[in-house]
Design a protein around this ligand. Sequence first.
Ligand SMILES: C[S@@+](CC[C@H](N)C(=O)[O-])C[C@H]1O[C@@H](n2cnc3c(N)ncnc32)[C@H](O)[C@@H]1O
Length: 217
Amino acid sequence: MPEPHWMTETRTAYDTVAVDYDRLIPEVVEGPMDRGMLAAFAEQVGRAGPAAEVGCGTGRITAHLRDLGLDIFGIDLSPGMVEVARRRHPGLRFEVGSMTDLGLPDGGLAGLVAWYSIIHLPPETLPEVFAEFHRVLAPRGRLLLAFKAGGCLDRLAEAYGHTVSYDVHWHSSDRVVDEVTAAGFTIHARLDREAEGFDRGPQGFVLATRPGGGTRA
Ligand SMILES: C[S@@+](CC[C@H](N)C(=O)[O-])C[C@H]1O[C@@H](n2cnc3c(N)ncnc32)[C@H](O)[C@@H]1O
């Protein structure tokens, strides 16, 4: 099947902006609530097994989670972003791939984080992507999502100083929670917060578990 147009546009855009994305957002700029979600995810996954950041971009969040103790690698659609990530964080593994078809074995991950990467998914593709996240996570594996919340669409013509053309979807938090639940996850926490810093609107965060395999807090 040919690649959907939105995916080609997203890859092209991030290949174009990769070096300047890294220059403008070199490390973790997230505030305390967002870092709290990352810290909770890191503590829950611990050393239970490998974790992946899907849509890792330049690897700044992958490196942060590594520093919090995770055995983590990154996957991204954009070869340009992956090239920057490999240069910036030579001790970490980064691969080119899409969250629509991760090419990972069933049940091999203890944690999966998608930090502002589902914002490029058309809403109708959320079920298939969350099914893919469920497939690659082990029972009791943890899922963390961060996204721009709202339920509208931005068509970008300029980003990080470049002319581009791609979509940013502000997903409805309720819809994300519903789709994550429908894919078979148990929701542990959701955070809907107002804009702060450079945010242009509210932000959503969801922490969930793939059930099964006995109990764990
Ligand atoms: C806003 S950036 C976030 C990058 C990183 N998580 C961070 O917080 O700096 C979105 C990233 O998602 C990636 N992405 C978009 N669609 C993707 C897909 N279908 N599969 C994998 N990565 C994707 C883009 O290439 C881009 O690097």
